[in-house]
Design a protein around this ligand. Structure first.
Ligand code: GYE
Length: 369
């Protein structure tokens, strides 16, 4: 077991509440386009919460346990929705199986929980079961990944994945210019196919790649896992030997697997290597690789959503109006000081300039996941 795996395991055990203080974060909060939805949900729950122990019963259909990010998300929700905080949490690990996730939601409806929280493995296939939840009078909250084919939920808390992909592309553009790299031949290791995190990161990065005429040699799913990332990279190393100078992994665990595959194939990467290695998530283990110079940049996705979720549920119980969309604050990390910021056109067609933060040991020591 490599050191980074041990670090990952350790950080997964650290239950984190609250957010990392970060420079150059992008935070947006969109207020209540869905006031009507929120009101309906509130009416439904007021009666429900009086029925049992006084605790608010919440069913959470979690994606699985595929990555360090996921473990941090699970820990954050479990800590925030504890009995001491007034919640009775029914947690189901859906093991990356969409059918199992639909079944978990149907079981929550059957159990007549007060609220259902879903982190959707994939973005589509949701309208029928969300209609069933609505008909049963159980409000649904979506966490992290988005649902694209139904609006029958009260609110969503998560990250703007397309912006993460755009930011990675904007950074690569600026970095290549700085280093005088004329030709970019890119291999992408995507996350779980159909997950909004995979779709957004792929689309955002591709937009910048297309605008610059970069060559994306291949783009395959590594399922957001270390083993998946390693398997895809092993096959890339054979098929594209000597032909690539950039690898984009859509999460840190895939990047760890890609490092192992490149090590085995004798390919060098990172600040002193031949290949630029880009990752997403910025876990403690990922930032450790960045500080060591093995990654070139790491685009944060913040999994510490538990406190915001607890706050939202408490507001619904109290009959207050809630924000229907809440974006987590996130930081773009690098390890070379030359570039201070990046500018790009974000998803709402607005030109934004965002800071790049040079990772330090202190930041890693204080990282909460
Ligand atoms: O980046 C990855 C995880 O949905 C944003 O899922 C999340 C992604 C995260 O497995 O590590």
């Amino acid at each position: 077991m490599k050191l980074r795996k041990i670090t990952a395991l350790f950080s997964a055990l650290v239950i984190a509440v609250g957010l990392t203080a970060c420079a150059g974060t992008t935070t947006e909060t969109t207020t209540a386009e869905g006031t009507t939805q929120a009101t309906t949900a509130t009416e439904a729950t007021a009666a429900e919460t009086t029925k049992g122990s006084g605790l608010i019963t919440v069913g959470f259909a979690q994606v699985g346990h595929e990555s360090d990010w996921r473990t941090a998300s699970t820990n954050s929700v479990k800590a925030a929705l504890s009995k001491d905080n007034g919640f009775d949490l029914q947690f189901v690990d859906c093991d990356n199986d969409s059918a199992a996730q639909l079944e978990a939601v149907r079981n929550f409806i059957e159990q007549d929980v007060d609220y259902i929280v879903i982190d959707p493995i994939v973005a589509t296939g949701w309208d029928t079961v969300l209609t069933e939840a609505k008909d049963a009078g159980i409000p649904v909250i979506v966490l992290d990944r988005t649902i694209d084919d139904s609006d029958k939920y009260v609110a969503w808390i998560g990250s703007e994945f397309t912006n993460e992909g755009l930011a990675a592309g904007a950074w690569l553009q600026a970095y290549a210019e700085l280093k005088g790299i004329k030709e970019l031949n890119i291999l992408v290791i995507e996350g779980t196919t159909g997950a909004s995190a995979q779709i957004g990161r792929t689309d955002g990065f591709k937009k910048i790649a297309d605008a610059n005429g970069w060559n994306i040699l291949d783009s395959q799913s590594g399922e957001f896992t270390q083993d998946g990332g390693q398997a895809v990279m092993e096959s890339y190393c054979k098929s594209y030997e000597g032909k690539f100078n950039v690898v984009v992994c859509q999460n840190d665990n895939e990047a760890f697997g890609a490092e192992d595959a490149m090590d085995a194939a004798g390919v060098t990467y990172g600040v002193k290597g031949d290949v630029i290695l880009i990752s997403f998530d910025s876990t403690k283990a990922g930032l450790t690789e960045l500080l060591a110079g093995n990654f070139n940049s790491d685009f944060q996705c913040n999994p510490l959503q538990g406190p915001s979720l607890a706050d939202l549920l408490n507001k619904l119980v109290a009959g207050e109006t809630v924000d229907t969309k809440q974006f987590m604050p996130e930081t773009w990390y690098v390890n070379e000081p030359d570039l201070k910021s990046i500018t790009y056109t974000n998803v709402i067609d607005k030109s934004v300039t965002e800071d790049l933060v040079v990772v330090t040991q202190d930041m890693i020591d204080n990282a909460q996941y």
